[in-house]
Design a protein around this ligand. Structure first.
Ligand code: NAP
Length: 288
């Protein structure tokens, strides 16, 4: 088993971001800024927001945090977002999900200026990703892509795991992870199987794949019986159980296999925040 060290890869990219932020500041006197919005007091969301603000500070990115009461009406969240769309010191707007009432999350996201949509969830940016013909195009056009999926591609690239021509299966089809990840793999010339809760013969499909990516939110669902020898397994899942944090992959069951695998924690998790910083820098560069 070869561990893909998300923490190390993430730290290397964050140092590079910090350098770039410093250099631009010296040259222009300007720094990128990220506005975060947390509605309610969900403990996991509070932890994520704290980590995002700290990561901004460490990278020299300004952060502007807005904490809203859990009963805040949709209109008030939308008004706040509209107000944040204007000031130039705010390059990115991140609305922490899920909202206490998640039914209107997409309406709120649709209000974020596509230029400041550092989570890549606005239909404009999701559309640009879907219309892209290649990875080069995604990079050259500075498209704002959803953070976790882009982080997964960086993990593969930085670990020298080639994607082109490989069969990749993505478990999960959410707008946040599964769908954009499938598009990114396709842009990198993988043959992609998109799977979901109604997929039949999931185990045997996974067994055919060179790259297995689990993003379903089911603790230890993917056991060694899903994985072929020599495969790469990326575990996006973050599940809080009575035994602590675990992924969607049964890591222990696969420990004697000849595979590349991301641990939980320390795999995909740190990359999500790293790409958020990178997207904020990208939005800043698009502006100045
Ligand atoms: P989500 O919106 O709940 O979507 C889950 C997806 O999994 C759905 O598409 C669902 O299929 C599919 N699914 C559920 N059971 C399945 C099964 N037995 N077989 C195949 N597919 C199944 O979740 P999400 O937001 O994408 O997040 C997925 C996981 O990633 C969660 O554990 C979340 O905490 C984690 N996550 C981690 C990070 C990170 O930074 N590491 C970031 C985001 C999310 P249907 O569409 O058919 O219902």
């Amino acid at each position: 088993m070869n561990l893909i060290d998300g923490k190390k890869i993430s730290n290397d990219i964050r140092s590079e971001i910090k350098n770039q932020v410093q250099k631009i500041k010296q040259k222009t006197g300007k720094t990128p800024g990220l506005a975060t919005i947390l509605v309610g007091q969900d403990p996991a969301s509070q932890v994520y927001i704290k980590s995002k603000i700290k990561a901004c500070q460490d990278a020299g990115i300004q952060s502007f945090h807005h904490n809203l009461n859990e009963k805040t009406p949709k209109e008030e969240i939308i008004n706040l977002i509209k107000n944040l769309n204007t000031p130039s010191e705010v390059d990115g707007i991140l609305l922490q999900l899920p909202l206490p009432n998640n039914k209107y999350a997409q309406d709120c996201i649709n209000t974020i200026s596509p230029l400041k949509d550092v989570d890549g969830l606005h239909p404009f940016n999701a559309g640009l990703l879907n219309l892209s013909k290649s990875w080069d195009e995604i990079i050259k056009k500075n498209i704002l892509v959803s953070c976790t999926p882009l982080g997964v591609i960086y993990l593969l690239n930085k670990s020298n795991i080639s994607i082109e021509g490989k069969t990749a299966i993505v478990l999960g089809r959410s707008n946040l992870v599964g769908k954009p990840l499938s598009m990114l793999l396709l842009a990198n010339n993988a043959t992609v199987i998109m799977s979901h809760s109604k997929t039949k013969n999931l185990k045997s499909l996974c067994k055919t794949a060179d790259i297995v990516i689990a993003a379903i939110g089911k603790p230890k669902f993917v056991t060694k019986d899903f994985i072929k020898e020599g495969a790469t397994v990326i575990d996006v899942g973050i599940n809080r159980t009575s035994d602590g944090l675990c992924g969607d992959v049964d890591f222990e069951s696969a420990k004697d296999m000849d595979i590349n695998i991301t641990p939980v924690p320390g795999g995909v998790g740190p990359m999500t925040i790293t790409v958020l910083l990178e997207n904020t820098l990208k939005a800043f560069k698009n502006r100045i």
